[in-house]
Write a protein that binds this ligand. Structure first.
Ligand SMILES: Nc1ncnc2c1ncn2[C@@H]1O[C@H](COP(=O)(O)OP(=O)(O)OP(=O)(O)O)[C@@H](O)[C@H]1O
Ligand SMILES: Nc1ccn([C@@H]2O[C@H](COP(=O)(O)O)[C@@H](O)[C@H]2O)c(=O)n1
Ligand SMILES: [Mg+2]
Length: 232
């Protein structure tokens, strides 16, 4: 069982720059940070190590999480998967969650954080990838308050909208939100609610922005060095 600690972020203070870069589509919106392997010390085994995985719909979060799990032994906790599981289980919240997902909106944080907390507590691992969370400042604050921890690393998969739409429409996994109307709404919500979270972590030097265009393996080669100091 993982040990709950207030934060181990002091182990990962690797911000080198707070230069505001106004070049390019997304760097226009975020504070630029730089990463390198040597700046990320190895955490003490047993201490909670949380990675938030951010990015727009279809940017490849889940796909890259699977690669990180395989290479570095994280436990993958996908907020979207937990919510879909809750719907499938016939829980009291199920119909509200379903309509929220259909509309591309954000489920109240209390519900999502409770599901994440249960998932983390039922794991013996101490290294977690929290995928698709936090989606809003409300999500972020609720996690900090309930779990009592901050992320050590925040990954942001930066992908052009056109590419995200193409990937989602080709996904073919029967998701109720994989249609053009819901994708448009999800992109709007992403712009409105997720950017403040991305900026928040960027300003704290925790954000690793990864260009998510390319093959799955090419993208993973940009992710790998971030976790290289961690043993499996
Ligand atoms: N680099 C890539 N190039 C092309 N297709 C990709 C790439 N990465 C992932 N995909 C495909 O794009 C689709 C979306 O990927 P994935 O489910 O990992 O995205 P996501 O960020 O988790 O999306 P969501 O937020 O909707 O859950 C999947 O069908 C996946 O196989
Ligand atoms: N923190 C979150 C995460 C997800 N949702 C809802 O689930 C939908 C699908 O999420 P994916 O991560 O699998 O893309 C998302 O569009 C939201 O409706 C949420 O509310 N809060
Ligand atoms: Mg996903």
């Amino acid at each position: 069982m993982w040990r709950r600690v207030a934060s181990v972020s002091h182990l990962f203070s690797h911000s080198k720059s707070t230069k505001f870069n106004q070049q390019g589509a997304s760097t226009f919106k975020i504070w630029e940070t730089f990463t390198s392997e040597s700046e990320i010390p190895t955490p003490s085994k047993g201490s909670l190590f949380v990675t938030f995985v951010l990015g727009g719909p279809g940017s490849g979060k889940g796909t890259q999480c699977a690669k990180i799990v395989e290479a570095f032994g994280f436990t993958h906790v996908s907020a979207g998967d937990l919510l879909r599981r809750e719907i499938a289980s016939g829980s009291a919240y199920g119909s509200v969650i379903l309509s929220t997902i259909r509309e591309g909106k954000i489920v109240p944080s209390q519900v999502t954080v409770e599901l994440i907390q249960k998932e983390m507590e039922s794991s013996d691992n101490y290294k977690f990838l929290i995928d698709g969370f936090p989606r809003s400042e409300e999500n972020r604050k609720a996690f900090e308050k309930t779990i009592g921890a901050e992320p050590d690393v925040v990954l942001f998969f930066d992908c052009p909208e056109q590419e995200m739409v193409k990937r989602v429409l080709n996904r073919n996994q029967g998701r109720v939100d994989d249609n053009i109307d819901t994708i448009k709404k999800r992109l709007e919500i992403f712009d409105e609610l997720n950017w403040p979270v991305i900026n928040y972590y960027s300003q704290r030097g925790k954000l690793h922005k990864i260009n998510a265009v390319g093959t799955v393996d090419e993208i993973f080669e940009k992710v790998r060095p971030i976790f290289a100091p961690l043993s499996k």
